[in-house]
Design a binder for this molecule. Structure first.
Ligand code: GCO
Ligand code: MG
Length: 408
């Protein structure tokens, strides 16, 4: 069996999804996602210029050897652009494998460990009251877990992922008006003084059963993160995400020494080498990698197994930039993983997106039910795809009031 051709598509409804389609001499094809938010043309170029010409003629069933061939064979290993491109190839090869076996991928991993996988939605508000309404909306829809972000009084500009003003609707951080990033201004003191009380109020309002998550988005220094983690303990969070950048990983020991709030990290990681220390030293409770950014199902399954040995559960990244293909790959891992934790969920469900990526994966009462169709269980409508083109966009940056560039 041989790979005969592969094509890359860039575009989608309000997003620049990078979709790979691998064709074979037996008519079976596989689909994968290489979307690297706001840098979408780069994995697409790597696929087109180098990886696809090398794929043609290979046996698509040898997904492990093909992964090693690209990863080790590149000499300069890893990085987000390359790993997203390998991720798409790997997903597509697993899709082919599942279709050849006539089985959904979760069966190839070891079968289902659960019926539905708990997801969390994003609730946001310009202020706390606005956020309360947003949370209530998801609770009414049956969500069991909600990530909560709100505007901070006196903050010089809207902080991470919150609308500028009440009623401004959902805030999607990418901006498609051009490639120059917008600037947000951040004040750590105001955030640290306000947010613990706000989280406690949310807990009071919604009671003990709702799983409440909060994303700090790398804004705090390690000592501040330790103080903040301790201050939010009364709110009984499901997790506190990215309290500090995870480049200096030993620094998380300080937070661990002062607080027991569960910690989730990893959405910007590209490989097992970015998280093996955090997992082995048990400095985190949830690993946030995404199947696309971390190089595909093959390497992510290894991360999940390592995590399981250290009581670390999964909480895969599921930002709006991930296409339904990445979300499907994660859904199959979520159905199988003995150490599944939760799944971030924002993508599926808009009519335009469903038309581009038809599937029968479904969400019900805050649980994601994986498709039983062979492979990933998602198709790609090329006629629909022809309606879209690449639109340059940007991700905001953040500065302190004196102009110092800060961590977004
Ligand atoms: C999350 C993330 C995202 C990122 C985005 C960057 O927890 O979902 O923090 O919202 O900001 O993926 O492109
Ligand atoms: Mg995050």
């Amino acid at each position: 069996m041989k790979i005969t051709d592969a094509k890359v598509f860039v575009g989608g409804p309000g997003k620049n999804y990078v979709t790979l389609k691998i064709m074979t001499d037996q008519g079976v094809y596989g689909l994968g996602d290489a979307t690297l938010n706001n840098r979408e043309t780069l994995p697409a170029a790597y696929l087109q210029d180098f990886l696809i010409p090398n794929l043609i003629g290979l046996d698509p069933r040898k997904s492990e050897d093909i992964w090693q061939f690209f990863y080790r064979g590149a000499y300069f290993r890893g990085g987000p652009i390359a790993m997203a491109a390998y991720g798409a190839i790997d997903m597509a090869l697993w899709d082919i494998k599942g279709k050849l076996a006539g089985m959904p991928l979760y069966q190839l991993f070891g079968g289902k460990s659960r019926e539905g996988a708990m997801v969390y939605a994003h609730a946001t508000g310009a202020d706390l009251e606005d956020l309360m309404d947003s949370i209530a909306h998801y609770v009414e829809k049956g969500y069991k877990a909600v990530r909560v972000q709100c505007g901070i009084p006196g903050m010089p500009s809207a902080s991470y992922a919150v609308p500028e003003h009440k009623g401004a609707g959902k805030h999607y951080i990418s901006d498609f008006s051009g490639i120059r990033p917008k600037v947000e201004v951040w004040d750590t003191g105001r955030y640290m003084r306000y947010m613990p009380g706000a989280l406690a109020e949310i807990r009071d309002r919604f009671g003990p059963d709702l799983h409440i998550l909060h994303d700090v988005h790398h804004r705090l220094l390690p000592r501040e993160a330790a103080e903040f983690a301790k201050a939010v303990e009364p709110a009984g969070l499901f997790w506190l995400e990215d309290p500090t950048p995870a480049e200096d990983q030993d620094a998380l020991g300080l937070l661990r020494a002062h607080a027991t709030v569960p910690i989730a990290i990893g959405e910007v990681f590209n490989s097992i080498w970015d998280c093996n220390k955090l997992i082995e030293k048990e400095l985190i409770d949830f690993i946030r990698v995404a199947v696309t950014y971390a190089g595909g199902i093959t390497p992510v399954k290894r991360i999940v197994d390592l995590a399981g040995m250290h009581h670390v559960r999964t909480g895969f990244h599921g930002a709006p930039s991930h296409s339904p293909l990445c979300m499907a790959a994660q859904a199959h891992l979520n159905a199988w993983a003995p150490n599944f934790g939760i799944q971030e969920y924002l993508v599926l469900g808009t009519p335009a997106c469903d038309a581009l990526f038809p599937s029968d994966h479904r969400m019900e009462n805050g649980l994601f039910h994986v498709s039983d169709a062979p492979g990933l269980g998602v198709d790609f409508n090329e006629l629909e795809a022809a309606r879209y083109k690449y639109t340059p966009g940007s991700h905001p940056i953040v500065r302190l009031e004196d102009g110092t560039l800060w961590n977004y």
